[in-house]
Design a protein around this ligand. Sequence first.
Ligand code: 5AD
Ligand code: FES
Length: 344
Amino acid sequence: MDIISKLMEEHQLEKAEWIELLSKSEDPFVVKELREAAVKLRKRYYGDKVFTRGLIEFTNYCKNGCYYCGINRENRKVKRYRLTEEEILDCCENGYGLGFRTFVLQGGEDGYFTTDRITEIIREIKKRYPDCALTLSIGERSYESYLAWRKAGADRYLLRHEAASESLYQSLHPAEMKLSSRRKCLHDLKELGYQVGAGFMVGPPGQSLEDLAEDLLFLKELEPQMVGIGPFIPHHETRFSEEKAGSIELTLFLLSIVRILLPKVLLPATTALGTMDPEGREKGLRAGANVVMPNLSPVKNRKLYDLYDNKICTGEEAAECCGCLSRRVESAGYRLVAERGDAL
Ligand code: 5AD
Ligand code: FES
């Protein structure tokens, strides 16, 4: 049986088969076949719905030194900010009025936000908006913190694994960051009953097809409810400033593959995809994605959450994000919905 039929029937492949399939990301027939299979699955489970998550980037302080990331601790040029609890609640209020029923609190690994401070914020948001899902995306923390936040009402947690290959993980991160810790966090989060999101970048320096094959094997083993995939985009103040960006086509190909690998997964058309190509998010939706994550952060802070160069939705037009996105979703042939959108 050829590998494409095997993937479609068994929803997984062996490492060597992944590598062979990934080497065909520029073969238009293969791309089309996988895209069509992905769209069919996504329609079977989710119809024409596209779920929205309101993203609140509440701190750009970070104790980590990830080599690719524009807000890593070495970057002295970025102006650091933290939103107050009141500002975070204002973002929620504004988002709720716009129809959002999921809020994502995302930030750098910022020690100011202790377990108790985050717990307090979760309680307040869940008290005011009991009908909303609350997602955290604040990096590697202890089992005890994850437990406390789960008890306080957090429903979901996004923590990209970044690279399932030991050697690639290490070449993208300083020595004290360990793939094993990342894996432990993801397993802890699952055990605590969070709906978990993992994911990786496409095309960071040194990534091979073998590395991507390992990411796919890892995803099948972890079975996360959500998978975030976007192209690597160099940031001018990082050591990767002169490196090439990841390919849009390979990113779209991987979105289709992940839809087939985990048919019910929630798959965002990421901001990085929209940054690399003005139609990137529409293309993502047409390749199998079914989630968009508009920015609800205060406009004055958006430029400062500067993960990579030329990030979209950070200018004065950013207040228009939602209207803009719903037009984009419709132009891709889908429909933006307000519901919480839990994983099936
Ligand atoms: N290009 C693309 N994505 C990036 N991220 C961080 N830096 C970059 C970059 N330069 C992604 C990481 C992280 C997520 C919040 O953003 O995968 O998990
Ligand atoms: Fe932000 Fe279009 S989605 S301006």
